[in-house]
Design a protein around this ligand. Structure first.
Ligand SMILES: [Zn+2]
Length: 207
């Protein structure tokens, strides 16, 4: 699997382009803005999927245009679908301005598997930051959205957020067997073994 990171938007969201090198099929995770730079990074390829780890504006702003221009399917968890149409994020000062919402083609569901050429993308619903927050696991990589960050985790005080659910979700990730590289929605990547040790909420959750 080839992974490219494009950092987009005001909140420096990590947009990831993942590609199966055998079939050249690719998918975009969290196109949060900067359509032109994402498009450039795609080098003329049309992604099969646009996967939204959750519905917050900073993860979806370029999704509608990318969907229109490439015909990719947009996937989000049903619980976060409503957020895609909201012009502001409740409990924050964030406003989308004039915003064009993507059309959801398919819902992400817990333990579903998406095929991308030879790659298998396993989806886990990990609520806490929002009800519909999901992570995508492929080989030894986890695309963790705003659930798990380097030594940290997503805020739980926004609409649909819940501390108890976050604890359970971090527990579930921490209990995955083996080693993974974690590619979060913001900030630097990390290793799951590092988070089991140094991320104090995950550490508490897996005790
Ligand atoms: Zn978020």
């Amino acid at each position: 699997m080839k992974i490219k990171t494009v950092i987009v938007g005001l909140l420096h969201t990590n947009c990831y382009i993942i590609e199966d090198e055998v079939s050249s099929k690719c998918a975009v995770i969290d196109p949060g803005g900067a359509y032109e730079r994402i498009s450039e990074a795609l080098e003329g390829k049309n992604p099969d999927y646009i996967i939204l780890t959750h519905g917050h504006f900073d993860h979806v702003l370029a999704a509608a245009r990318l969907q229109r221009e490439t015909g990719a399917q947009v996937l989000v968890h049903k619980s976060d679908e409503g957020m895609l149409k909201e012009r502001y994020v409740k409990n924050t000062g964030y406003h989308r301005g004039s915003y064009d919402a993507p059309t959801v083609d398919k819902y992400l569901e817990d333990e579903m598997t998406l095929e991308l050429g030879q790659l298998k993308l396993r989806v886990l619903n990990t609520p806490g930051h929002s009800k519909g927050s999901c992570v995508v696991i492929c080989n030894d990589s986890i695309f963790s959205g705003d659930t798990l960050f380097y030594e940290s985790w997503g805020r739980c005080d926004l609409d649909g957020g819940d501390d108890g659910e976050m604890l359970q979700s971090l527990r579930r990730l921490g209990k995955l067997e083996g080693e993974y590289t974690v590619y979060p929605g913001h900030g630097e990547s990390t290793q799951l073994s590092h988070e089991r040790k140094y991320n104090y909420l995950m550490r508490a959750a897996i005790l």
